[in-house]
Design a binder for this molecule. Structure first.
Ligand SMILES: Nc1ncnc2c1ncn2[C@@H]1O[C@H](COP(=O)(O)OP(=O)(O)OP(=O)(O)O)[C@@H](O)[C@H]1O
Ligand SMILES: [Mg+2]
Length: 243
């Protein structure tokens, strides 16, 4: 039982894209608490990215109530604070990165939060280094590979020192070694997060509980629990021992 109130509380949220035949989110209820490490795995097109955009105020629900850090948020001005305290890693890195160089992209957030130029540069260099991207500072963002863009996007999100991370497929396009490194980084951060991923092993390493979206609602993923043993580690179905 959680004795503290949720830091993200979604009540009765519905959202239908203009012109779409059916709502993507349909009277959805969701409570997210400080310290939670939540996984979200659901089919393509089920509304995961839409849900993150609703939480960040990038889309406005047709109905329902959103409370974040104990306050009801509905207007654009309410979401400004939300965007300072919750870091969204966009599914598509090209939505995240818009500056000419890597350093400018990563420093944009801290500068926007009022840090001095030197502070913003220092934190950006530190974040890039922690993600194995030393020497990338002056690279042209547009010319980076897909995996490099994903890591620079992560550095840009982490440089804002958010209290909550919403990560939309953070491991997509990353090689195994980089993925392991990302798992290590996320495990060492004292931060609450929701991770959307189609990679069950990745979620098994990082999430305390895993949810799915069904008919526009969030539900606990009971199927994943049943199959956890099969999917959770490298040896899969081969006979193996647990220490
Ligand atoms: N701008 C838009 N206009 C109309 N429909 C949209 C728009 N963006 C998304 N959709 C539709 O809304 C549904 C949910 O999309 P969303 O991107 O939230 O799914 P998702 O669960 O994140 O999928 P994926 O796993 O492929 O990333 C899909 O059917 C999608 O086609
Ligand atoms: Mg998506």
């Amino acid at each position: 039982m959680n004795t503290h109130p949720p830091i993200i509380c979604l009540s009765d949220i519905s959202y239908c894209y203009p012109g779409a035949a059916a709502p993507v989110l349909d009277r959805l209820e969701f409570d997210f608490f400080a310290g939670n490490h939540t996984g979200l795995v659901a089919p393509n097109g089920s509304g995961k990215t839409t849900l993150f955009h609703i939480i960040m105020g990038l889309l406005k629900p047709d109905s329902g109530r959103i409370e974040i850090f104990g306050k009801t948020v509905s207007e654009e001005k309410d979401f400004l604070e939300v965007r300072h305290r919750i870091g969204l890693l966009f599914q598509d890195a090209d939505d995240q990165l818009f500056s000419p160089t890597v350093l400018e992209d990563v420093a944009f957030g801290p500068l926007n939060l009022g840090k001095s130029k030197q502070e913003a540069v220092d934190i950006s260099r530190r974040m890039l280094a922690s993600l194995g991207l030393e020497g990338f500072e002056d690279r042209i963002t547009l010319q980076l590979s897909g995996g490099e863009k994903r890591l620079v996007s992560l550095a840009a999100v982490l440089a804002m020192e958010p209290e909550v991370l919403l990560l939309d497929e953070p491991s997509a396009g990353l090689d195994e070694k980089t993925k392991e490194h990302l798992i290590e980084i996320l495990r060492n951060l004292d931060i609450s997060y929701i991770i959307v991923s189609h990679e069950i092993d990745f979620l098994a390493d990082l999430a305390d509980s895993v949810y799915t979206l069904q008919n526009g609602k969030i539900v606990l993923d009971t199927e994943l629990h049943l199959h956890e043993h099969v999917h959770a580690h490298t040896y899969g179905r081969q006979p193996h021992k647990h220490d």
